[in-house]
Design a binder for this molecule. Structure first.
Ligand code: PLP
Length: 396
C-alpha cells in the first residue's frame, strides 16, 4: 500500500490513521474508554512509560482512539506529528504556553477568534509576555513589527468572522528572517483547502469542533508540526491535562471520513450564497474570500485550493435588522458554532466575539449588524429561497 503522503485528501479522510487501530477484524476504530492499561511485566511497563516502546499507560497521556484521530489529521496536514486537546482553545492556549515565557514578544493580528484575542489581550500580558496586534491584512505593518524581533508570529487565515486573509508565504518568510516561530489557526480553511506547513509554518492548529468533526456533537482541538515541537506541546498538555475524550475522538474520526465531501459542498454553497447576497438591496457588505471583490482574493487564490464554507455579511439596518432577519430563517441554526452539516448563523456579538465589548468589536471593524454564515450541505436552492424570504421580512 502507498504511504499516506501519496494519497489524495478524499482517500486520506476515509483511511488515514485507521488501520493500526482496528482489532478483531473490525472495520471501525473502537472507542477505548479504559483509563489505564495493564502490564504483567514491569520492565515492559517502564519502557512504554519512558517512550521506548509503543503502548499506553494512562488516559491523560495517550489513548488508542485519540491517536487514530491524531494520525488522520496528521496525514491530511502533511505533518510529521500531531497531538490533540479537549477543545480548540486548549490547543491554542497549551501551544502558546509551551513556547512562551516572560519577556517574550508575540506578533499577531487584530482579527483572531475572540477567545484567542482574549489570551493576547488579557492572559499573556499578565505573564509579562508582550503582544503586538497588527491590522489584519496589512502585510507591510506586520513585516515591520516582526523585524523588531519576536518569539512567535500567530496567524489565523481566513479569520473569524470577517474572513480576512494573510499571505502565509510572505509572513512566514519575514518570521524566519527574524528567527520567530509561526503558528497558524487553520480552522476556517480546513486541511482540504490549505496546508500551512507546506509554506514553512511551524504549527497548524484546528478547533476540531468545527469542520473536522462537522456534526456539532464533539469538542476537540489538534495541532500538527515537527516531531520535536509537537513533543514539547504534548508534554505540556499531558501535565496540564487538557486531554481529548475518547468518545469525542471517535465522533471526530467518524465525522472526518466525509471531510472532503462536506467541505466541497459547503464552499460551493457559500460562494453561491455570497454572490446572491452581494446583489441584495438590504445587504451593506458581504465578506467571502471567493468573491473577486474581497480585498485579498488573489492571495486566497494562491494559498487555498478552495475558499471555505464561511462567510459573513452586514445588514443595512444594523442590529434591528438582524433581530428581524435571523428568526425567520427556516434552514439554519441560530447558534454559536460553525462548520457543521447544518447551516448555522449568528451575530458576532453572540458567537465569535461574545467575549468582547461593543467598543472592542467596533475597534476590530465588526459591525453590530454582522451575521456570520456557516454554509451547510443543504440544497442551494432551498438555502437561497430561505434567505430571500427572511430578508423580505426586514422592515427597518
Ligand atoms: C477560528 C477558531 N479557532 C479556535 C476556536 C476555539 O475552538 P473551541 O470552541 O473548540 O475551543 C474557534 C471557535 O469558534 C474558532 O472559530
Amino acid at each position: 500500500m502507498k504511504t499516506n503522503r501519496q494519497l489524495n485528501d478524499a482517500t486520506q479522510s476515509v483511511w488515514a490513521g485507521e488501520k493500526e487501530y482496528l482489532v478483531h477484524g473490525a472495520t471501525q476504530v473502537p472507542v477505548v474508554l479504559s483509563v489505564a492499561y495493564n502490564y504483567d511485566d514491569i520492565d515492559e511497563w517502564y519502557e512504554v512509560a519512558i517512550g521506548k516502546r509503543k503502548g499506553h499507560i494512562y488516559g491523560r497521556n495517550t489513548n488508542p482512539t485519540v491517536q487514530a484521530f491524531e494520525d488522520k489529521v496528521k496525514a491530511l496536514e502533511h505533518a510529521d506529528a500531531a497531538t490533540s486537546f479537549s477543545t480548540g482553545m486548549a490547543a491554542i492556549s497549551n501551544s502558546l504556553l509551551t513556547v512562551l515565557k516572560p519577556g517574550d514578544r508575540v506578533v499577531s493580528i487584530k482579527d483572531t477568534y475572540g477567545g484567542t484575542n482574549k489570551i493576547f489581550s488579557e492572559f499573556l500580558p499578565r505573564l509579562q509576555i508582550n503582544v503586538s496586534l497588527v491590522e489584519t491584512g496589512n502585510h507591510d505593518e506586520m513585516e515591520k513589527e516582526i523585524a523588531k524581533g519576536c518569539k512567535l508570529v500567530y496567524l489565523e487565515t481566513p479569520t473569524n468572522p470577517t474572513v480576512k486573509i494573510t499571505d502565509l508565504v510572505r509572513i512566514t518568510k519575514a518570521a524566519k528572517t527574524a528567527g520567530a516561530l509561526v503558528f497558524v489557526d487553520n480552522t476556517f480553511a480546513t486541511p482540504i483547502n490549505q496546508n500551512p506547513l507546506t509554506f514553512g509554518v511551524d504549527l497548524v492548529i484546528h478547533s476540531a469542533t468545527k469542520f473536522l468533526g462537522g456534526h456539532a456533537d464533539a469538542l476537540g482541538g489538534v495541532v500538527c508540526g515537527s516531531e520535536s515541537l509537537v513533543k514539547e506541546i504534548y508534554h505540556y498538555r499531558e501535565i496540564n491535562g487538557a486531554t481529548m475524550d475518547p468518545m469525542a475522538a471517535y465522533l471526530l474520526l467518524r465525522g472526518m471520513k466525509t471531510l472532503k465531501l462536506r467541505v466541497e459542498k459547503q464552499q460551493e454553497n457559500a460562494l453561491k450564497v455570497a454572490k446572491y447576497l452581494s446583489t441584495h438591496e438590504k445587504i451593506e457588505q458581504v465578506f467571502y474570500p471567493g468573491l473577486e471583490t474581497h480585498k485579498h482574493h488573489d492571495i486566497a487564490k494562491q494559498q487555498m485550493s478552495g475558499f471555505g464554507g464561511m462567510l459573513s455579511f452586514a445588514l443595512k439596518g444594523e442590529l434591528d435588522a438582524v433581530r428581524q432577519f435571523l428568526p425567520k430563517l427556516e434552514f439554519a441554526h441560530r447558534a454559536a458554532n460553525l462548520g457543521a452539516v447544518e447551516t448555522t448563523v449568528g451575530p458576532a456579538r453572540t458567537t465569535s466575539h461574545v467575549e468582547n465589548t461593543e467598543e472592542e468589536r467596533a475597534a476590530l471593524g465588526i459591525p453590530e449588524g454582522l451575521v456570520r454564515y456557516s454554509a451547510g450541505i443543504e440544497d442551494i436552492d432551498d438555502l437561497i429561497s430561505d434567505l430571500k424570504q427572511a430578508l423580505a421580512a426586514i422592515d427597518v
